[in-house]
Design a protein around this ligand. Structure first.
Ligand code: HEM
Length: 461
């Protein structure tokens, strides 16, 4: 198979023709402007534009963005219908494919149904507690080292680019292993180019564009992974790449070389911008809610570790407030604001027929701000995530990691990295924001503060 194959893989779910406008005309909504559709409104204000359409048309509406017509299905019940999908109605291959297929083809999230289940099981070995312990060891040393560098550069920091670089450095060790040698910088550059290209507006690899750089980056990564697989299978490394090289399917067979390449590329992408965005919104909310910052600091100090001691795996469960605060940051600013699928058969939701071939979108960002589910939705209140409060809420009201068959495979990794980062940072420094600091956030394609988040990390006495 070509490394940039856009041709359909023989095992992939067959494509299905999208319905015509006439087939969707019974669903309220609007196609927007000729050619552009509603793209500009969505780009300018992804949250406001969905809320406005929902107020006008209801929680099932049709729209046209980036040249594709789709149906928004909003709210917890809609999330459950689309994501839980116990009758294998919705294809993720044909939902995410249009965005990710060129650079991350055949990643786990782009597989469907039985094939997806088989691969998800094989990949799960990399997220069991044994390997997770060893990733935590590398996160501990990488974060301690990263914070040392920040301290040396002075207390004022533009947080988003700094944590993006840190997340990349951490991933190069926990995903690829410590022995990267001279290639490490080229690997990081190739990877950053791929991620940026995946969400770039120009979709063809025209020379000089981000997509062209992304395509070149993928060719580099394909070559790099391909060269390493045999050695990793024989080695004793504890990184995610080595785990995947050794992983087997139910019949005991190793994943093929191409499968390992595709899964590794996708995994690194799935982890990188999501962690960068969520750690940024976490730190922002702690900066402007100093009482919560202090509670989390006290929780970290109550673990009774010596200054600078690594956070042990066994202590992660004791950081309950930290987890609640991180969840609240994910609720307010979910890194993946919308989840696309394609209906493979005719179905119905909310009284509307949804024809086969229709693109549908579940929307974490909208759901997380529904005032009837989350009173005062803009308020940062981690107590929304006590066991009792969570028990009384719809299971699909909080969906930053999706839900059902494709629910984020790396969510425990994400909590672990957030806790490890919070533990090291808050026991060393106070996050201080200017008075009344309210940076504006660009929510598309991945949420980030427009000014990069300017805070001070004041060393603790
Ligand atoms: C706060 C951080 C993260 C967030 C908010 C997040 C969010 C998500 C979401 C929403 C999905 C499901 C998309 C869908 O159903 O359409 C997903 C899938 C996935 N995520 Fe994450 N993710 C995060 C971190 C990570 C990390 C750290 C890893 C790997 C170490 C990872 C690996 C994956 C994988 C492999 C899938 C595909 C699962 C499947 O299709 O079975 N994610 N993630």
């Amino acid at each position: 198979m070509s490394t940039l194959a856009l041709e359909r893989h023989p095992l992939a779910t067959p494509a299905i023709r999208p319905p015509s406008l006439a087939d969707l005309s019974h669903i309220p909504g609007s196609d927007g402007w000729p050619v552009l559709g509603n793209t500009l409104a969505v780009l300018a204000d992804p949250k406001g534009s969905v809320e406005e359409m929902a107020a006008r048309h209801g929680r099932v509406y049709r729209s046209r963005v980036f040249g594709m017509r789709s149906i928004a299905l909003l709210g917890p019940e809609a999330n459950e219908f689309v994501l839980f999908d116990n009758t294998k109605l919705f294809s993720s291959t044909h939902g995410w494919g249009a965005i990710l297929d060129r650079l991350f083809p055949r990643g786990l999230m782009l597989l469907d149904f039985d094939e997806h289940r088989l691969h998800r099981k094989a990949l799960s070995v990399a997220f069991k507690s044994g390997p997770m312990k060893s990733y935590l060891a590398s996160l501990n040393s990488g974060i301690a080292h990263g914070l040392e560098g920040w301290r040396a550069a002075g207390p004022d920091i533009v947080f988003y680019p700094a944590v993006k670089q840190l997340t990349l450095d951490l991933a190069s060790v926990s995903f690829l292993g410590a022995e990267l040698g001279d290639e490490v910088e080229a690997i990081k550059r190739a990877f950053v180019d791929m991620v940026a290209a995946a969400v770039s507006v120009v979709r063809a690899p025209i020379p000089g564009t981000q997509m062209a750089r992304g395509v070149k980056g993928r060719a580099f990564m394909v070559d790099y992974f391909g060269r390493q697989i045999e050695a990793r299978r024989a080695g004793t490394g504890e990184d995610i790449f080595t785990q995947l090289c050794k992983a087997t399917t139910d019949d005991g067979a190793h994943l093929t070389k191409q499968e390992i390449i595709d899964h590794m590329s996708f995994l690194m992408m799935a982890a990188h911008d999501t962690l960068t965005s969520s750690l940024t919104s976490f730190v922002y909310h702690l900066a402007v809610n100093p009482e919560w910052q202090q509670k989390l600091r006290e929780e970290a100090l109550s673990l009774q570790l010596a200054p600078g001691e690594p956070l042990p795996f066994e202590k992660l469960d004791e950081m309950k407030l930290t987890e609640m605060a991180f969840k609240e940051a994910l609720r307010i600013i979910p890194p993946v604001p919308s989840l696309p699928r394609c209906a493979m058969r005719d179905t119905e939701f909310g009284g509307y027929k949804i024809p086969a071939g229709a693109r549908v979108n579940a929307n974490p960002l909208y759901t997380h701000h529904m005032p009837d589910v989350w009173p005062e939705p803009q308020k940062f209140d981690p107590l929304r995530f006590t066991d009792e409060a969570s028990r009384n809420r719809h299971k699909f009201a909080f969906v930053p990691y999706g839900g059902g068959a494709h629910m984020c495979l790396g969510l425990n990794f994400a909590y672990m990295q957030a806790k490890c980062f919070s533990y090291h940072l808050l026991t060393q420094a106070e996050i201080v924001a200017p008075r009344d600091y309210r940076p504006s956030w660009k929510l598309w394609p991945i949420p980030q503060p427009r000014d990069g988040l300017r805070v001070r990390l004041q060393p603790l006495a």
